[in-house]
Design a protein around this ligand. Structure first.
Ligand SMILES: Nc1ncnc2c1ncn2[C@@H]1O[C@H](COP(=O)(O)OP(=O)(O)OP(=O)(O)O)[C@@H](O)[C@H]1O
Ligand SMILES: [Mg+2]
Length: 298
């Protein structure tokens, strides 16, 4: 099935939308998405899409991650917070298959997995969007979105029409309306537009987990809002999202859950209601907090 069909349904933003049930083919959200949200685990709760337990990683004498547990549930945005050098990027790279952890386990949809390469991560449906490295500057938007996965007609020629249509529909479905032409080189886009194209690419390729490393750093107010809207759209359609941000406005604007790393250890992880700005800052800067979310001393 051509991606445009589900993408236009994605654009409808209707909570009763049955799009996911009828999905087949390489492009689009997988059929099983609604069930993933409510898979019971042994404790009677829901099984996160990705679950890390006891993950450790060191570089020489530097213990970058120590016994880290992390849950990334489908249909929710988890903000990963932490000061410079806390281990956020290393944790992201463990999940993305760039730095496989030395110890610990990763469970995907309840199954033990070994993510050893970026290819393994992509195969599972994990896409990582880096602020600067995600796109090839000299290529246009369509070429970027299909890079390495180009569609052919007759087995030889690039099917430009098909790729253009799918790229345009995905961008429209995500309400990305400020791009003048999908044939313009990515180098000519603003930071927010680049981010939007990178996210749209992740959505187009059946991703189930999208990780955004500092997506709004260096973005203006309007562009930041656009990226926040995109993040909400991803979660509304059942994807798990992990967002790394130093910007607590971002975190409180989009996150359902917060996880805080301090010197490589996970020191707090809970739903957003357990936090306020002050205790997040406490956890980020000291590894602990004596306050409850309401500001009272615990
Ligand atoms: N390839 C590497 N080789 C050696 N040490 C590394 C490597 N990558 C990360 N580290 C170390 O691991 C620790 C965690 O780094 P990481 O990049 O994950 O921090 P971060 O939380 O992403 O910080 P920032 O907010 O500054 O991006 C740091 O002490 C860093 O120096
Ligand atoms: Mg980092």
């Amino acid at each position: 099935m051509l991606g445009s069909e589900w993408m236009s349904r994605l654009a409808s933003n209707d909570p009763k939308d049955e799009v996911m049930e009828s999905m087949t083919g390489t492009v689009g959200l997988p059929e099983s998405r609604p069930q993933e949200k409510a898979r019971p685990d042994s404790a009677g709760g829901t099984e996160p899409l990705l679950k890390l337990r006891g993950v450790s990683k060191h570089f020489g004498a530097v213990q970058a991650l120590y016994m880290v547990d992390l849950d990334l549930p489908a249909g929710q945005v988890t903000a990963l917070c932490g000061d410079n050098g806390a281990g956020k990027s290393v944790l992201t790279k463990c999940i993305a298959g760039i730095h496989p952890p030395e110890t610990g386990e990763m469970h995907w949809e309840g199954r033990l997995v070994h993510i050893r390469t970026p290819r393994d991560a992509a195969h599972l449906g994990i896409e990582t969007v880096y602020q600067d490295l995600a796109l090839a500057d000299n290529l246009d938007i369509v070429q970027n979105m299909f890079l390495g996965r180009e569609r052919l007609s007759g087995g030889v020629f690039l099917n430009e029409d098909d790729m253009e249509r799918a790229a345009a529909t995905t961008l429209a479905s995500l309400k990305v309306t400020t791009v003048r032409s999908i044939r313009q080189p990515v180098a000519t886009l603003s930071g927010g537009q680049r981010q939007a194209v990178a996210v749209a690419k992740a959505v187009m390729w059946n991703s189930k987990l999208v990780i955004l490393d500092e997506p709004t750093a260096a973005l203006g107010v309007a562009q930041t809002k656009m990226v926040q809207d995109l993040v909400r759209r991803l979660k509304d359609h059942g994807l798990a999202v992990m967002i790394i941000s130093h910007n607590l406005n971002d975190v409180f604007a989009v996150a359902d859950r917060i996880a805080v790393l301090y010197l490589g250890r996970m020191v707090a992880q809970d739903s957003i209601s357990a936090f306020d700005r002050q205790n997040v800052v406490d956890y980020m800067t000291t590894g602990e907090s004596s306050r409850s979310a309401s500001g009272r001393r615990a």
